[in-house]
Design a protein around this ligand. Structure first.
Ligand SMILES: Nc1nc2c(ncn2[C@@H]2O[C@H](COP(=O)(O)OP(=O)(O)OP(=O)(O)O)[C@@H](O)[C@H]2O)c(=O)[nH]1
Length: 874
């Protein structure tokens, strides 16, 4: 939709920015301030009236007369109202008196008698060309300005409510002049000062909303940017406008960051407070605290940098401030001090240059007691605004120079500014009560006590400055309105398009995302609890115990050369004792703890895996929290579970009752264990053969065996019990390199592998023997336990597994499966603050993007709505 459509078909291009009206600034004495003009954004109709009345055709005489009558009436009414207001200066009354006199002297051309049915050709009355017309306009404008000025001080002294009669004067002056110029009864205009505040207020709202969308310069509405040399009085001026001392003070360059200050006139509440939207500290009623926060934020910029371009946002709400947006900037310096960076002067200047660009209004603050030709502020403003169209000059410290000189400086012909200069005295401490009303009264008293200012019609005083700022800001905001509307429309179209194309107009909220993420986690957790049932836990524990059985058998049986004979010698009680020892090894204290720990580790591993996949991969903090909950629950159950398991497996340390069926199962599992071990060993052997070649390996093995035989024969004299045992004295392990004929590193590797192959060959043969035994009839019955230790150990492992898992499941798993989802709900789902929910949602880049586009669209729609409502009102 184009801006044309938004603001209605009756407004054609060129006329569409509400209205541009030329108004003279009047100072306290009403005689015009150096011819400074500025265009005002209201009363489009009024302007049309002034321009088109003389061409009004048929009704010209009637309207012309009406215009004169209403114009005179307006002047009279305004004079009457102004008389009522004691604060209106004499010059206004005087001007209005002249206007009345002029009205009386105007000669209206005589009308010819009208014949029924025929209308004579009427003489044209060009009101604007009548002698003295400009004086009437001037008087009306002066009356309005006087009312405006009165409003400003009334605002300070009595609050806006009590100033309303004066708004009415202003309104009437407006209506009167509008009617006069149109020569017809127009509907009453809304009070301009009130409209002014509404427009500025709404546009400030719009501006703040747009700031949250992005930093697109096309979406920027103007602010008033305060620049000036250090100690020129910038802070004092701002504080005088706000009526509170709140800016950082000190000699150590305390303004280091731009302070973006938004003043919000809160008509309905007497509360005065500040807010730092970036910090989320809430309302701060104590202005000393605001000052302290600002000081801390500024001084956080290290001395080595001295300035930072990162702005501090501050909003001040008060019934005593006008709606304004201001930016306080670090003061220009002449030269950097010893501990400041050499580039500081340039850095400050660059920072100010960024802010004083279009569309911002420049408030160039200069101390009156310093030569204006040396003013950095004026120099910078002239560069950015060569025609002085958007610069207001403020001369501070007017009390420090001779009033006549001050008056001359205010005219400053060397640096003429379209928006003029205003002189102020904002010396804090001039009154004991800070920069509030007392300061304004002290300033007022100062200017009153020096008639030079009044006589020279100089623009002086904080209320005048405040009023001028309001008007200029409103006018500039009004001017930028259509540009903004167009830019917002473009952005909105883009946001809508993105939302449609990428997200199919699907709305989400951070809360819904959190809920979805938690639900999905709980669903996956539930699926896991089903997958990780008793059979799975049993598998885990049994696998662990089988590893132990493997190690025990390897140590006690498979590496013993006599084991090949076991089927024949197992009746020997030695083997029964050996079997008891292996029992003790498997059931020795700690197996309960190991089983519980194993299950805990498996659970945590699975949790970790569950949390690193899917959306929780984006939420490291939440992941850590959930892992912590898991750890806590499991740790709290560890000791009781371990105790329970250890107690229940204790009886197996002494005796294992075994049915024939259990025995058969044990034989089966032992066979399977041996088969697995055998397959692994055979595969290792094959891999060595492939690496070195069968023939070379065979030769090396033969060489080792020869050396081994010789060594064994030599050792036989001393200890024939060790002969042939792998790793025993005189074995291949002890054969020296020289004995084996190793000459190179390659040979060394070959012989090491040959030793390994030899060992594996023996091991494979033992395993094959044991497999044969397990498959034999001897191991088919449980009575021959000592002959088939692997089978009995498997029976024991199975019993341990069943018993342990039963208690692990009851004591640990059930509790964990029950408690974790509740903990997640209580601490994560329901326990998150709004800020934490936002943070959580924004951690996921896809969701963040979705929310950003959605938020951008919603904000731009709201902005558009506000802009439309402005159009409806104006
Ligand atoms: N006599 C007099 N002194 C003033 C006036 N305005 C400000 N001062 C004094 O001038 C000094 C500097 O005023 P500030 O308002 O801190 O000036 P500034 O430009 O903000 O200073 P920086 O932030 O350091 O750049 C202070 O000691 C004020 O009391 C004034 O109108 N008259």
């Amino acid at each position: 939709m184009s801006s044309q459509r938004l603001f209605g078909p009756s407004v054609s291009s060129g006329q569409r920015i509400l209205r541009l009206r030329t108004v003279s600034f009047k100072d306290g004495n009403g005689n015009g301030s150096n011819g400074h003009k500025y265009s005002h954004g209201f009363n489009y109709q009024q302007r049309r009236g002034f321009l088109f009345i003389p061409r009004a055709g048929f009704a010209i005489v009637r309207y012309g007369l009406g215009a004169l009558g209403i114009g005179a009436g307006a002047a009279g009414y305004t004079a009457y109202k102004v008389d009522e207001a004691t604060t209106v200066p004499d010059w206004v009354k005087e001007s209005l008196g002249h206007a009345k006199e002029w009205m009386a002297g105007v000669k209206v051309p005589e009308l010819p008698k009208l014949d029924a049915g025929t209308l004579p050709k009427l003489p044209t009355l060009d009101v604007a060309s009548l002698p003295g017309w400009s004086d009437v306009q001037s008087a009306v404008a002066q009356a309005k300005d006087a009312a405006a000025l009165t409003l400003a001080s009334a605002d300070l002294d009595r609050g806006l409510d009590t100033a309303k009669p004066l708004l009415a004067i202003n309104n009437n002056a407006n209506n009167a002049s509008a009617s006069a110029s149109k020569g017809t009864q127009t509907p009453p205009m809304p009070p301009p000062e009130h409209d002014l505040m509404v427009l500025t207020k709404k546009l400030i709202e719009v501006r703040n909303l747009l700031k949250t969308v992005n930093n697109n310069t096309n979406l920027q509405l103007p602010s008033i940017v305060v620049i000036g040399s250090q100690s020129s009085g910038k802070s004092s001026v701002l504080e005088a406008i706000v009526g509170h001392e709140f800016l950082p003070k000190g000699s150590n360059m305390v303004t280091r960051r731009p302070i973006e200050l938004t003043l919000i006139h809160s008509e309905d509440s007497p509360d005065e407070y500040g807010e730092f939207p970036q910090l989320g500290l809430g309302k701060i009623n104590d202005f000393k605290k605001i000052q302290k926060t600002l000081t801390d934020l500024n001084l956080a910029v290290p001395d080595s940098e001295c300035v930072s371009s990162k702005p501090i946002e501050l909003r001040i709400y008060s019934p005593n401030v006008p709606d304004l947006t201001l930016v306080d900037l670090p003061g220009y310096i002449q030269i950097h001090s010893r501990n400041q960076p050499p580039t500081l002067k340039q850095k400050i200047s660059d920072l100010c240059d960024v802010y004083i660009k279009e569309p911002n209004i420049i408030l160039a603050v200069c101390a009156a007691d310093v030569d204006l030709a040396n003013s950095e502020a004026l120099r910078a403003s002239r560069k950015a605004d060569p025609y002085g169209n958007r610069t207001i000059g403020v001369l501070t410290k007017m009390d420090l120079i001779d009033p006549n000189e001050a008056v001359l400086k205010l005219k400053n012909p060397d640096f003429p500014l379209q928006l003029g200069y205003v002189g102020v005295v904002c010396k804090p401490g001039a009154s004991n009560s800070g920069p509030g009303q007392a300061l304004i009264r002290a300033e007022d008293a100062f200017f009153k006590s020096h008639p030079e200012f009044k006589n020279a019609n100089a623009s002086v005083g904080t209320p005048i400055l405040r009023n001028r700022l309001m008007k200029v800001l409103e006018e500039h905001m009004g001017r930028g309105l259509y540009r903004i509307v167009d830019a917002v429309e473009k952005e909105l179209d883009d946001a809508r398009y993105q939302f449609k194309v990428h997200y199919n107009d699907r709305k989400i909220s951070p809360e819904s995302y959190v809920a979805e993420a938690m639900d999905s986690l709980k669903t996956r957790f539930k699926a896991f609890t089903k997958e990780f049932g008793k059979p799975q836990v049993r598998d885990q524990v049994r696998t662990m115990l089988e590893e132990r059985i493997h190690d025990i058998c390897e140590e006690v049986y498979w590496n013993d050369p006599r084991v090949a004979m076991l089927p024949k010698i197992c009746a020997d009680p030695v083997w029964a004792t050996r079997l008891d020892l292996t029992f003790a090894s498997l059931t020795k204290s700690g197996v309960g703890r190991a089983s519980v720990q194993l299950v805990i580790d498996t659970l945590l591993e699975n949790m970790e895996q569950m949390l690193t996949s899917d959306q929780f991969a984006h939420h490291p903090e939440a992941r850590a929290q959930i892992m912590q909950f898991s750890n806590d629950i499991l740790r709290s159950k560890l000791h009781t579970t371990v105790d329970q398991v250890e107690n229940t497996i204790k009886p197996y340390k002494f005796e294992v009752e075994c049915t024939e069926q259990e025995w058969q199962e044990g034989v089966k599992r032992a066979t399977s264990l041996l088969e697995t071990t055998l397959t692994k060993s055979e595969s290792d052997l094959k891999s060595i053969k492939t690496t070195f070649g069968r023939r070379r390996l065979r030769t090396a093995i033969k060489q080792i065996q020869k050396v081994e035989r010789e060594a064994a024969a030599a050792a036989a004299f001393n200890d024939d019990s060790h002969g042939g045992v792998i790793g025993g004295s005189g074995s291949i392990a002890t054969a020296s390199a020289a004995e084996l004929g190793i000459e190179s590193e390659r040979d060394a590797k070959l012989f090491a592998s040959a030793r390994e192959a030899l060992k594996l060959q023996k091991y494979v043969s033992t395993l094959q023997g044991r497999l044969g035994a397990l498959r034999s009839r001897q191991c088919g019955v449980s009575a021959n336990k000592s002959c088939c230790p692997e089978a009995l150990l498997e029976v024991l492992a199975d019993k341990l597994t069943y018993t342990a898992v039963m208690f692990i499941y009851v004591e640990l798993l059930n509790e964990f499966f029950f408690q974790l989802p509740r903990e997640v709900d209580n601490k994560l789902y329901y326990g998150l603050s709004r800020a934490q929910i936002l943070k959580f949602a924004n951690e996921n880049p896809t969701v963040r993007k979705h929310l950003e586009v959605q938020e951008r669209k919603a904000t731009l729609e709201l902005v558009m709505e506000k802009l439309r409502s402005l159009n409806r009102k104006h």
